[in-house]
Structure formats: structure tokens, C-alpha cells
Design a protein around this ligand. Structure first.
Ligand code: DON
Length: 577
């Protein structure tokens, strides 16, 4: 009897035990099912600033590559077909979401100041800026980061060899492509600088003049360099014959690059900036870009201010003003200067800023405490530097903004390489308080130093709610950050991809103390009300920016992509069969 009881008890315990295990296994399976369901993207998509780059990305995805392989393909094609925007002689920020590990990483392929760079290298004996020195020619060029970034992304995250993912770019450089209207407009804008470089004159101009529409641009030397990179990776560019030619060309034109500068260049994987705004998780660029921090400050302030409709534009402008003041005052390469990032992006800090905002008056930028002295201009070109967005059908995502800075960068091509050098050094504050090409002023934090990265505004961004994910970004110098801000408003309002990229924009960057706006961004009543509050306004003719976005709606099981109607880009979606 006793034995029977024990046995029975044992049996019931055993039964409970088996039941619990069974239940656990079931729930783990169900969870795994949910997870894979969550990650099931209904297709793949690419949106980029150039149709040839989009086509190359789609081709790589169609032939078994993942989003990271496609990113290498798109980046390298853009380097060939948009020599006015980005290139192997420049740098960029690649924001990655790696679906398998669930990790978000920013690959920082930003240029670095050469080791011989000095704080006052662009000043004359009187301490005045030497006009154009940080924009034109070899002294304006930082050590490029794009090749290192692409090699790293391909190796660590891709599935294909560089010979495959760079194939389209090599072909387009070798056989040529027809130049677009932006090429012609920007070549006119930078004509002098291009004519000043023997190689640029030969390669990018037609008999020393801006080529005619439909001109077939072939870049054979660039094709050779790309081939070498695709075979040898990092070494193919940063060491050996290409490195020697780069340094020879730079030094014989009066520059300061050394072989060590190239050999020592390394990308850095950084943690992006992440913040929440009314149920939207925003992931954007961290230092050396100001993008994520400035966005976090703006949205933290807006969450607190919760602007009513009639005050909306005024409060948004004030939030931009205060955030850009902090950009000028505090931000620089965090490997060199201490930046209180945690504090700046905290809700508590935003609260202290909102207390300084007057709900019915514009705060003159010159009156802000801790203000950086100086003036700035609003003059800037806009449809150069480039962005692309990619999502693959396993949920990997890439948002990347790439640049050689000013249109056609420094204008200088290094002999025998086909590599057009950037002029990213202008993103430093060459003279605290004096504006750079985008009217941005900076302080000590962004002063020039050997091996330092100049402060950027590039803001490749992911937005996430429970239902939707967006992958986006744009060029536009100082206005990049507020364009992304505008896109976040659009996402919040549930606009579709096409509506978001077309949405009219306005911008304030602390200095100059002016609201810049596209026609239609502000209503007549809003303009009147802003002027009455003391804001100065300036309409930007022809618009600005070139945004590329992809939105995956998990609930609707749709994926859409859109390319900014202000540019010539292309967005393509391929839906799973
Ligand atoms: O890194 C930066 O912030 C700049 N070099 C980007 C330049 C740019 O977007 C030019 N676009 N109009």
C-alpha cells in the first residue's frame, strides 16, 4: 500500500514534470515561430541616389547576396557614377542592422586628418582664414575611409567576395556611363577646381570644359584601382602601388599625406545613438557625426513641449536652435575630446533647455549663453553627398550616407589612380566661430588635430514601432539632421514612403539666425505668425536634399521604397514570390 502510494506520488510528480517540460518546449517553439514570423520580410528593396547603383544593389540581392553585399555594390557604383558626391577618395557612415544577432552597428569610415595636420593650417599669419584652402586642392583632403569600410563590411557581414559585389562598379568605370544633369550643374559650380587638377581636367572634363548632356564618362584608371581593391582588399588601396601613387601625387602638389597615414587608417565600429520619441525608437549616427545627438535633443525637447498646432513651427524652430547651439559648442571627435553624450541626450537635460524657450518669442541666437561667437552664411549647394537604404528578405538593413564633402570634393585626382580626393577637412572648425561651407560654426571640440575625425552631420537612421520599420537618410550638409527630423514627423503621421521623401522642409541651425524653408513648407499664416514672433525667414529656391527611404510594414506585410523627387535616384522593391 505504502509502496503503491509512493509510486503513485512519483508517477504524478513525473507526470507534472513531463507536462512542464512539454509546455516549455511548446512555448519555446511558439516563440521561435513568432520570431521568425517577425523577421519575415515580404521582399527586399534598395533606394539610392542613382538608378545604376540601385540596379547593382538589386542584382546582388537577387543573386544571393545579403543587404551588406548589396551595400558594398551600391557604395562602389555610387563612387563611379556620382563622382560629385562620394567615392573611394572619401568616407561615410554605414548604419547596419544585423538580423541574426539583433545588433545595430555604425561602421565609421569617416576620413581622418593626416598626422601632419595642425590646428591653424588654414590660417594666414594674421590668423585669418585663407579662402578656399580647406575646400580646394590636396591640403583640404582627409585620409579616406570608404575602402576600409567596404572591405570590413564585406568580410565581417557579407556573403560574397568583393570581386562579385564590386563587379558592377568596375564595369561602369571601365566601359563608362552617361552623365546626369546634376553632374553638369555641379561640374559648372566646381569648374575652376577641376581645371586646376591635370588629372581631373583629363578625366572629368571634356577638353577642359564641362561635358555636354549624354556624355559617356569612362574612368579607366579608377577601374584598375577598383579591380585591385576587389582582389587585395584593404592592402590594395592603403598599401602598395595605389598608396604610393596617392602619396606621391598629394605631396608633389604641396600636400601632407604620408604612407603611414594610409597604412594606419582603421574604421571603427561604434554604438549608434538610440532614443525614444512617442513610441518611435530612433537609431541614428553617433560621434563623429552630430546627427543622432542633435536629433535626440530636438525630439526630447518636443516631447516635453508637446506643441499645439498654432505654436508648432515656432517651438520646432526653437528646439532646432538650442540643439544646433550644442552642436557648435560641445561636439567633436569623441576619441579626442570629452563629450557628455549621455547628458546631452537625456530627457532631464532637454527639460532644462525647454525652460529657456519662450513660447511666444524667438530667442536671438546671439543672446544664448555659451554661444559660439561668429557669423555664418546660408549659401550652400545641396544635391551632392549621397545616401542609400537597403533591406533584404532576412531583415538585414543598411542606411548609409557617403561623402567627399563639397561637390567633386577637393577637385583633385591623384595621378595614376583615378581617385578623386575629398575635402572633408572643411568639416573641422578651421577657425572657431568662422563658418564652414555649410555655414556651420564650431568650437574647440571640433578644432583640427592630427588623426582626428572632423565632425559630420550625416545621419543614416532607422525608425521602429511595433508595426513599422523605416530605413532612411539624405545628403544636405548641415540640413541633413533637420531633414531626418522632418521625415520622423512624416513617419509619426503614418505617411507613406513617397510622401515622406517629398515632404517640404524647413531648417534652423542656430547660426545664421535664419529659418530656411522650401516653398510650401510653411503656410502664409505660419510665416506671418513666425515673423511676428521675431523670426527671420529665407525661402530656398529649388528645394534641398535627396532622401532615400524604405518602409517595411509588418502588419500590412508590405514593403515600400521611395527616392526623393528632388533628385534623380531610383527605388526598387522586389516582392517574394
Ligand atoms: O559630413 C558632413 O556633414 C558633410 N561633409 C556632408 C556634406 C553634404 O551633405 C553636402 N550636401 N549637400
Amino acid at each position: 500500500m505504502l509502496l503503491e502510494n509512493i509510486l503513485q506520488q512519483k508517477n504524478s510528480k513525473c507526470f507534472v514534470f513531463i507536462y512542464v517540460i512539454f509546455f516549455l518546449v511548446l512555448s519555446v517553439c511558439a516563440n521561435a515561430g513568432n520570431k521568425s514570423k517577425k523577421h519575415k520580410v515580404p521582399g527586399y528593396a534598395v533606394a539610392s541616389a542613382h538608378p545604376l547603383a540601385t540596379a547593382a544593389g538589386i542584382k546582388v540581392l537577387a543573386s544571393g547576396g545579403n543587404a551588406f553585399d548589396a551595400a558594398v555594390a551600391v557604395s562602389s557604383v555610387l563612387a563611379v557614377v556620382e563622382p560629385y558626391s562620394s567615392g573611394m577618395g572619401g568616407g561615410g557612415l554605414w548604419l547596419l542592422y544585423h538580423a541574426k544577432s539583433g545588433k545595430t552597428i555604425m561602421v565609421d569610415g569617416r576620413e581622418k586628418a593626416p598626422a601632419q595636420a595642425t590646428r591653424n593650417m588654414y590660417l594666414d599669419k594674421q590668423g585669418q582664414l585663407i579662402k578656399g584652402l580647406s575646400i580646394n586642392g590636396v591640403l583640404s583632403a582627409g585620409i579616406p575611409g570608404q575602402v576600409a569600410a567596404l572591405v570590413h563590411i564585406a568580410k565581417k557581414y557579407g556573403k560574397l567576395p568583393l570581386s562579385k559585389s564590386m563587379q558592377a562598379s568596375i564595369r561602369l568605370a571601365e566601359n563608362g556611363f552617361r552623365i546626369d544633369p546634376i553632374y553638369i550643374r555641379l561640374a559648372n559650380f566646381r569648374l575652376k577646381s577641376l581645371q586646376n587638377s591635370t588629372e581631373s581636367k583629363k578625366i572629368l572634363l571634356d577638353n577642359g570644359k564641362v561635358p555636354a548632356p549624354g556624355y559617356l564618362l569612362r574612368q579607366r584608371q579608377l577601374a584598375n584601382t577598383l579591380r585591385l581593391i576587389s582582389r587585395q582588399g584593404h592592402k590594395g588601396f592603403y598599401q602598395g602601388s595605389v598608396a604610393r601613387k596617392l602619396v606621391d601625387a598629394v605631396r608633389s602638389a604641396g600636400g601632407i599625406w604620408t604612407l603611414e597615414d594610409l597604412k594606419n587608417y582603421k574604421i571603427v565600429e561604434r554604438q549608434p545613438i538610440v532614443f525614444q520619441y512617442r513610441g518611435i525608437k530612433v537609431t541614428s549616427a553617433s560621434l563623429p557625426s552630430s546627427g543622432g545627438i542633435v536629433l535626440a535633443e530636438i525630439f526630447n525637447m518636443l516631447e516635453i513641449l508637446s506643441p499645439a498646432k498654432q505654436k508648432k513651427a515656432h517651438l520646432i524652430i526653437e528646439a532646432m536652435r538650442f540643439a544646433y547651439r550644442d552642436r557648435a559648442r560641445y561636439l567633436g571627435d569623441a576619441d579626442f575630446v570629452k563629450v557628455a553624450v549621455k547628458k546631452l541626450i537625456s530627457k532631464q537635460y532637454a527639460k532644462s533647455l525647454t525652460q529657456k524657450i519662450n513660447p511666444s518669442r524667438a530667442t536671438p541666437s546671439s543672446s544664448l549663453t555659451n554661444s559660439v561667437s561668429g557669423s555664418a552664411t546660408t549659401k550652400q549647394e545641396s544635391r551632392h553627398t549621397t545616401h542609400f537604404s537597403i533591406i533584404d528578405n532576412t531583415g538585414n538593413r543598411v542606411a548609409a550616407t557617403l561623402t567627399i564633402n563639397y561637390p567633386f570634393g577637393s577637385g583633385f585626382i591623384a595621378k595614376g589612380t583615378g581617385i578623386l580626393l575629398n575635402d572633408e577637412m572643411d568639416d573641422f572648425s578651421s577657425k572657431p566661430g568662422s563658418p564652414n561651407a555649410y555655414g556651420l560654426v564650431g568650437a574647440e571640440a571640433n578644432a583640427i588635430a592630427a588623426n582626428k575625425r572632423p565632425l559630420s552631420s550625416m545621419s543614416p537612421t532607422f525608425l521602429e514601432t511595433a508595426d513599422r520599420i523605416a530605413v532612411l537618410g539624405t545628403p544636405g550638409g548641415s540640413r541633413i539632421i533637420t531633414m531626418v527630423m522632418n521625415a520622423i514627423f512624416g513617419f509619426e503621421q503614418n505617411l507613406d514612403a513617397k510622401q515622406i521623401v517629398a515632404k517640404k522642409r524647413y531648417h534652423h541651425q542656430y547660426l545664421p539666425d535664419v529659418v530656411q524653408y522650401e516653398t510650401g513648407a510653411l503656410t502664409v499664416q505660419e510665416i506671418d505668425s513666425l515673423q511676428k514672433k521675431g523670426h527671420k525667414l529665407k525661402q530656398i529656391q529649388g528645394g534641398y536634399g535627396n532622401m532615400q527611404i524604405i518602409i517595411w510594414d509588418k502588419q500590412k506585410k508590405t514593403i515600400e521604397a521611395a527616392s526623393d523627387p528632388r533628385g534623380i535616384g531610383a527605388a526598387k522593391v522586389s516582392v517574394n514570390q
